[in-house]
Write a protein that binds this ligand. Structure first.
Ligand code: FES
Length: 179
């Protein structure tokens, strides 16, 4: 099962890479900052994501070469941890809990609803870049589900109306609906 890593600020603020950000020399420099140590792979991936906003697939080969790992090994780490993104995130991010307690109170239906109404798939982003919806697996708010992190802020007892309001707020770039 995918894990989670520390270091994500859960800001939920998407960032978009420039060509300079994904320049192989910049990626190599980040690796060099960690002395190209294979055991620093997580820190390096976090650094790339912090700089670029996500971990560009084209960066994996560069990182692998610098750390003397296979591309498959680097890809395996990126895909294992939920906190790494392989595409730019939206300006606002909803992490909707899909763990057991939230599932029992309708989280899956909410997830399906918001993805369908916004026209996005799992972990996807609206075409206007306003909103990313992705799954989370227990946010420690099980008694008040369905729960979500909205731009890093915990929201409890979500309903269709509330998540629709959150999506509308994201499109308008307005403050998110309050708990
Ligand atoms: S199961 Fe959703 S917050 Fe714990």
């Amino acid at each position: 099962m995918p894990g989670s890593v520390n270091g994500d600020d859960h800001s939920g603020r998407g960032a978009h890479a420039s060509r300079a950000d994904v320049d192989p020399h910049g990626i190599q420099a980040l690796c060099a900052c960690h002395e190209n140590r294979p055991d620093a792979l997580l820190e390096i991936l976090h650094a790339v994501q912090q700089r670029v906003g996500y971990v560009p697939p084209e960066a994996l080969a560069t990182i692998a070469a610098a750390l003397n790992l296979s591309r498959a090994e680097v890809h395996g780490v990126v895909s294992y941890y939920h906190d790494f993104h392989t595409a730019p995130q939206g300006r606002h991010v909803v992490k909707l809990c899909r763990a057991e307690a939230c599932q029992a109170v309708g989280a899956q239906a909410l997830y399906d609803h918001i993805c369908a109404s916004e026209g996005i798939g799992t972990g996807g982003t609206t075409t206007d870049g306003a909103l990313t919806v992705e799954a989370a697996y227990c946010l420690g708010n099980c008694a008040l589900g369905p729960a979500a992190l909205v731009d890093g802020r915990l929201v409890a007892r979500l309903t269709r109306e509330r998540i629709d309001a959150i999506a509308a707020g994201a499109r308008a770039d307005a403050p998110q609906a309050a708990e």
